[in-house]
Design a protein around this ligand. Structure first.
Ligand code: 2P0
Length: 347
């Protein structure tokens, strides 16, 4: 019987607090600005991927949540080619290593959250895929080096190679060899941080991130201002606010960056709307909460869809959840999870 080699890895979902929006190279997924994210707890939202390979496998295959999925997309092929090249390099230096780089791969991936929930699943998906194959191939590359491969799968995936607080440095080089994720701080640096996830709508978005960001790059004047004069300063300030554990500053920058990103979407031509009326209700609620507290105790952020993520500190949990519970808690789906808290609310 032929041997089957196998390895498994999980990767968590990350939610950007300084948004990636815009590519300078669509093939390599090189961004027009650096970004920052907070990685959610693996207990809450994560992808588990098992990669196996064998000389007896006839073709590369991919299963997502039990369903066969095309593996021959340009992005996935680019990731597999990079990983195989790194393995082949190891094999060329050591004759005793099995020639896994020449074997076909079987990849089985599962999310522990509803894929249809409209939450960023491509980030966790590609990060888990790259981590599982790197483990299978016993690659010596570190997380930042692997993040450059994940980036080719999906830009935001590079940030899911790390837990805690993560920066994606945009880099300057044309080949992307300096466009990578780095750790800003591990999760235990600021364990009081909590995230409340409000699933406003679980329908697939009408404008994909990839096409949306290209439209913004091509048509928005505001976007040019954002990448030249707003984000570079904000990137430095947000990293500092995390290192200093300055929640008010971190929250202010997070809110402003979400607003700036959605303003650029609106400034695109034709305009892109990701937020809906419920999203706007959540923004009002957070503003109300902060006004009543006399300081910023909660920050909202919205990605390319109407769902909200609210960041707050444990000490303010009763205030934040109390108000959200009062307004939305009667609706279905309100769940409790531990650590970096995620709650699902179908609003
Ligand atoms: C982010 N988003 O920083 C931003 C904020 C959405 C809004 O990264 O084309 O799925 O695969 O590189 O990573 C979504 O974009 O786009 C995204 P691709 P991706 O999280």
């Amino acid at each position: 019987m032929t041997q089957i080699y196998q390895a498994s890895c999980t990767a968590p979902v990350n939610i950007a607090t300084l948004k990636y929006w815009g590519k300078r190279d669509t093939k390599l997924n090189l961004p027009t600005n650096s970004s920052i994210s907070v990685t959610l707890s693996q207990d809450d939202l994560r992808t588990l991927t098992t990669a196996s390979c064998s000389s007896s496998f006839e073709q590369d295959t991919l299963y997502l949540n039990g369903e066969p999925h095309p593996i021959d997309t340009p992005r996935t092929l680019a990731c597999l080619a990079d990983l195989r090249a790194l393995r082949a390099e190891l094999e060329s230096k050591d004759d005793k290593l099995p020639k896994l780089s020449t074997f076909k791969l079987r990849i089985v991936s599962e999310n522990n959250f509803p894929t249809a929930a409209g939450l960023a699943s491509s980030a966790a998906g590609f990060a888990a895929l790259i981590s599982a194959i790197a483990k299978l191939y016993e690659l010596p590359q570190n997380s930042s080096e692997l993040s450059m491969i994940a980036r080719k799968g999906s830009g935001s995936a590079c940030r899911s190679l790390f837990g805690g607080y993560v920066a994606w440095e945009m880099g300057e080089l044309e080949d992307g060899s300096d466009s990578k994720a780095v750790e800003v701080a591990p999760v235990d640096h600021w364990p009081e941080m909590q995230a409340l996830i409000c699933v406003v709508c679980d329908v697939k978005k009408d404008v994909s991130s990839t096409s949306g960001m290209q439209l913004t790059v091509a048509t928005s004047d505001l976007f040019q201002e954002r990448i030249k004069n707003v984000v570079p300063k904000r990137f430095i300030e947000m990293k500092k606010s995390i290192i200093d554990k300055d929640f008010a500053k971190f929250a202010e920058l997070t809110i402003k960056d979400s607003n700036s990103f959605h303003a650029c979407c609106l400034d695109s031509y034709p305009p892109i709307f990701y937020m809906n009326d419920t999203s706007k209700k959540i923004i009002k609620l957070v503003n109300l909460l902060n006004e009543a507290a006399g300081k910023i105790i909660a920050a909202y952020t919205f990605d390319a869809g109407p769902n909200a993520v609210i960041y707050y500190l444990k000490e303010n949990e009763n205030k934040v959840l109390g108000l959200f519970n009062k307004v939305f808690g009667h609706l279905e789906g309100w769940e409790k999870a531990e650590s970096l808290k995620s709650k699902f609310e179908i609003l």
